[in-house]
Write a protein that binds this ligand. Structure first.
Ligand code: HEM
Length: 509
């Protein structure tokens, strides 16, 4: 009897409180951030269509800067305020620096043999070093030369269309494709460009496609949407195209036919080529620490194609659109170009430091229209943000579009006001101001920023300095729409069209 009483007392005073403590503390550990309630098993999968930068901004307005969603068996967190962005891109960057890869992405990147989709680790680090030091470096003059030469060609096209409606969207997408194609493969290979663009378009569709296998484990073998056939075909087309370019480069390299100034990204990558397999070791000397396979070379070239084409083109088109909508600001930039450069010569790189207002317009464009609106990251281990639990291998989406328009950081956040950047101490986009992150921040931030900005500034400066622009058919500035479409990038929904007339008092080309 006494034993029973003692047992009951022990349970009451020791075991029960201990149990409740563990249950409560584990419950506390597992507290997820707020978010819309999901269905059993499928969670929030039915909301898939609303997961665009605009849709996620609406969710943030309702639930806060950190929102939790469950996509089938996958946890997803969206980050929409500067404070939360700092948490994942700076304070806990080491945990949040992996990339999620869907089934389609894994297949098309040769099982993540590239840099953009490689997880954070030794291989990614060495790939990043190659990109920063060899491919996108200012020292690689050929990439910068290809920007200038292709901008010259674009100016010629506009001159030949004086007084006619010019589709600025198509013009600038053509420009950036040419720049990147030439920087990657060299100037001799332009003939296959149309075929390559078709391959890129199919890749782009497959990259962005919703595949149910990514959210329900074990479905991959069944492939209910029939993606596998398309994936195999797309990658085979790329192999057919790039393999012959790589072979051609290997032959030329063997016969030492590469002149100074005639190099391209394939040649740079071939310096690390091994016919066996990719290897990474820790060494200061890149040439001995990293060996790349053909698959690595193809995958990294695709990174450059995707990272460098649509991003820069959509930023140029948005800058032109916002200025066509805002004639006062357009007048101000062109007046600045008159004062700094004059009308008797073309704008040059050495003028850029003095083109303060032009730079403000570029910044304001990147704030309102970050070319990559959603940054996709994945957690390497369990983490905690603001007291909420974020499990390992969760998908984390940083909504750069929403962060850049945060009403607590920006006055009149949705309005194009380039003069806001004239004020002392305004945020910059280099990565340490978390209210302005068009290039991301931290480990996974954009390695092509310098090259991208250079192309963006030089293209916009030439379009505005060489030409006056009118909207077609008596269209009013306020009628230029600002709708965008959502994909890997967020370009205008309709192409911008305008009519150029020359402004310079000297021959333009
Ligand atoms: C206006 C131009 C550009 C913008 C706004 C831009 C923006 C970005 C952003 C936001 C990211 C992702 C950051 C993150 O996930 O946290 C990124 C990554 C990347 N960008 Fe850019 N980019 C531009 C131009 C370029 C150019 C010209 C290239 C190459 C020629 C390039 C190559 C890449 C690559 C390879 C990555 C992946 C880096 C990694 O995962 O480690 N980008 N870019």
């Amino acid at each position: 009897m006494e034993t029973n009483a003692t047992t009951a007392m022990t349970i009451l005073f020791f075991i029960l409180p201990l149990l409740s403590f563990f249950i409560l503390s584990s419950f506390k550990r597992k507290r997820f951030p707020p978010g819309p309630k999901g269905w059993p098993i499928i969670g929030n999968l039915l909301m898939m269509d609303t997961l665009t930068h605009r849709g996620l901004a609406k969710l943030a307005a309702r639930y806060g800067g950190l929102v939790h969603l469950r996509m089938g068996f996958l946890h997803m967190f969206t980050v929409s305020t500067p404070d939360m962005a700092r948490e994942v891109l700076q304070i806990q960057d080491n945990i949040f620096a992996n990339r999620p890869a869907t089934m389609n992405i894994s297949y098309l990147t040769y099982d993540r043999a590239d840099m953009a989709f490689a997880n954070y680790g030794p291989f990614w680090r060495q790939m990043r070093k190659i990109s920063v030091m060899k491919l996108f470096s200012r020292k690689r003059a050929e990439s910068w030369d290809s920007v200038r030469e292709e901008v010259d060609d674009m100016v010629k096209i506009v001159v030949s269309n004086t007084g006619c409606s010019v589709n600025i969207g198509e013009l600038v997408f053509g420009l950036t494709r040419n720049i990147i194609y030439r920087a990657a493969f060299g100037s001799l290979s332009h003939e296959g460009q149309d075929e390559f663009i078709k391959i890129l378009q199919e890749f782009s569709k497959l990259f962005g496609a919703f595949n149910i296998c990514d959210f329900v484990p074990g479905l991959t073998w069944a492939d209910p949407q029939g993606f596998m056939g398309r994936l195999v075909k797309a990658r085979a087309s790329l192999d057919g195209f790039i393999d012959s370019i790589i072979d051609e480069h290997i032959e030329k390299k063997k016969s030492c036919k590469i002149d100074e100034g005639n190099s391209d990204m394939v040649y740079e990558l071939l310096d690390f080529y091994s016919e066996d397999k990719a290897t990474v070791s820790v060494s200061e000397d890149l040439n001995t620490s990293l060996k790349l396979t053909r698959d690595n070379i193809k995958a990294i070239i695709m990174d450059v194609m995707f990272g460098g084409t649509e991003t820069v083109a959509s930023a140029i088109e948005w800058a032109m659109s916002e200025l066509m909508r805002s004639p006062e600001d357009l007048k101000k930039v062109q007046q600045e170009l008159n004062n700094v450069v004059g009308l008797h010569r073309r704008v040059e790189e050495s003028d850029f430091d003095k083109l303060t207002f032009l730079k403000c317009c570029i910044k304001e464009t990147l704030r309102l229209h970050p070319p990559i609106p959603l940054l996709l990251h994945e957690t390497a281990q369990d983490a905690e943000i603001a007291g909420y639990h974020i499990p390992a291998r969760s998908r984390v989406i940083i909504n750069s579009w929403a962060v850049n328009r945060d009403p607590n950081s920006w006055a009149d956040p949705d309005t194009f006001k380039p003069s806001r950047f004239l004020k002392e101490g305004m945020p910059d986009f280099k990565g340490s101001n978390f209210e302005f992150i068009p290039f991301g921040s931290g480990r996974r931030s954009c390695p092509g920023m310098q090259l991208g900005l250079y192309a963006l500034e030089i293209a916009v400066a030439h379009l505005l300095h060489c030409f006056s622009w009118e909207l077609p058919d008596g269209m009013k500035p306020s009628e230029v729409d600002t709708d965008d479409v959502f994909g890997l990038t967020a370009p205008r929904a309709t192409r911008l069209v305008a009519v150029p007339t020359p402004r310079l008092l000297c021959p333009i080309c």
